[in-house]
Write a protein that binds this ligand. Structure first.
Ligand code: KG4
Ligand code: ZN
Length: 332
């Protein structure tokens, strides 16, 4: 079964063709990083307009790369939430037009479920994480721990009370003048630092499965105000912040695995591209006797393959949308 997946929930335009839920035939992504860089963050209206401009040519490119035509498709899938309203509408509108004109089924996909599903892409079902498993979803908008009972049944076990982890990386990078997007900039600075760490607080480390990244971010900003800052200090702060964030994420994830007796853990979402997080979680999980599933970095950021892949399971569960499908920015 060939499914076209469209993703426009934030600032990446994605269109992919995926066979049978896991074989990714094409997955071009058009990044808007350069467009938003002068503003230091995503500007929603500019992002929506860029999707409107880029999406149709990207769909054409995706079909070409996959070597298929529109009529070969069995269904059209699109992310309909959560995300930025105007951005989601760009994708939903094109997906509806395609489904209507081609007489193909339409599927509306939940973006959070799609991120979680990336741990199954490019893998045979035997190599994908077994059910139930634990998933840490860390992105610019979300930081949550889920028990995954099936690809469409996610139970939230914990998560952030304030900022998402990616948001904290972005805000700290901005305070340090490291540029946009912040996550990769902090990682680049932190890389190789092994010196005199600043012990930033790890808010709520000893309590439950809730996170608070706003507290950590504020501690960094206060440190910046109270200390003389030179280039060396910036590296030290970036590395120490990353270390604290990774420590909190890994500690809570392993706590959830133990508490709910889950022996397989997946790490997904934009922040899962972070090398220090990948290393630390893998090492701590190994010590605890858990298996770790971390998708290739091309699936960490938003992309169309995660929507097309998950949609295959929606088809088997008969979860189709109709032409009244609308953007659902606050979808849980
Ligand atoms: O999943 P994603 O592409 O979009 C959302 O759905 O939010 O995640 C984007 C977030 C940004 O906050 C970005 O700074 C962060 O992922 N990110 C990273 C790294 N690469 C991207 N954070 C830390 N380290 C990285 N290497
Ligand atoms: Zn995302």
């Amino acid at each position: 079964m060939l499914i076209l997946g469209i993703e426009t929930s934030c600032d990446d335009t994605g269109a992919a063709v995926v066979r049978d839920g896991r074989e990714v035939l094409s997955n071009p992504v058009s990044s808007q990083i350069e467009i938003h860089r002068p503003f230091g963050g995503v500007v929603p209206e500019i992002a929506s307009r860029a999707h409107v401009e880029n999406l149709a040519p990207l769909v054409r490119m995706s079909l070409q790369e996959a070597g298929v035509s529109l009529t070969d498709l069995d269904a059209v899938a699109v992310t309909y939430g959560p995300g930025l309203a105007g951005c989601l509408l760009a994708g939903v509108s094109l997906a509806k037009s395609l489904a209507y004109s081609l007489h193909k089924p339409l599927i509306g996909v939940n973006h959070l479920e799609a991120h979680v599903y990336t741990s199954a892409l490019d893998r045979s079902p035997e190599d994908a994480p077994p059910f139930p498993h634990l998933s840490l979803l860390v992105s610019g908008g979300h930081t949550s721990l889920y028990r995954i009972d099936s690809w469409m049944r996610l139970a939230r076990l914990g998560g952030t009370r304030d900022d998402a982890a990616g948001e904290a990386f972005d805000k700290v990078a901005k305070a340090l003048n490291l540029g946009y997007p912040g996550g990769p900039a902090i990682q680049k600075r932190a890389d190789g630092f092994d010196g005199d760490w600043i012990e930033f607080p790890r808010p709520m480390l000893s309590q439950g499965l809730e996170f608070s990244f706003s507290g950590l971010k504020t501690a960094v900003i206060n440190y910046l105000r109270e200390n003389p800052i030179d280039d060396e200090q910036i590296t030290r702060i970036a590395a120490s912040f990353q270390r604290a964030a990774v420590d909190v994420l890994a500690t809570k994830t392993l706590r959830a695995a133990e508490q709910f007796n889950l022996r397989s853990i997946s790490l997904v979402g934009g922040v899962s591209a972070n090398e220090a997080l990948r290393r630390e979680l893998t090492e701590r999980a190994r010590q605890a006797g858990c298996d770790v599933f971390i998708p290739d970095k091309k699936y960490s950021m938003d992309n169309g393959a995660m929507a097309a892949g998950l949609a295959y399971h929606y088809v088997h569960a008969n979860r189709f949308a109709d032409l009244t499908l609308n953007a659902a920015p606050g979808l849980r």
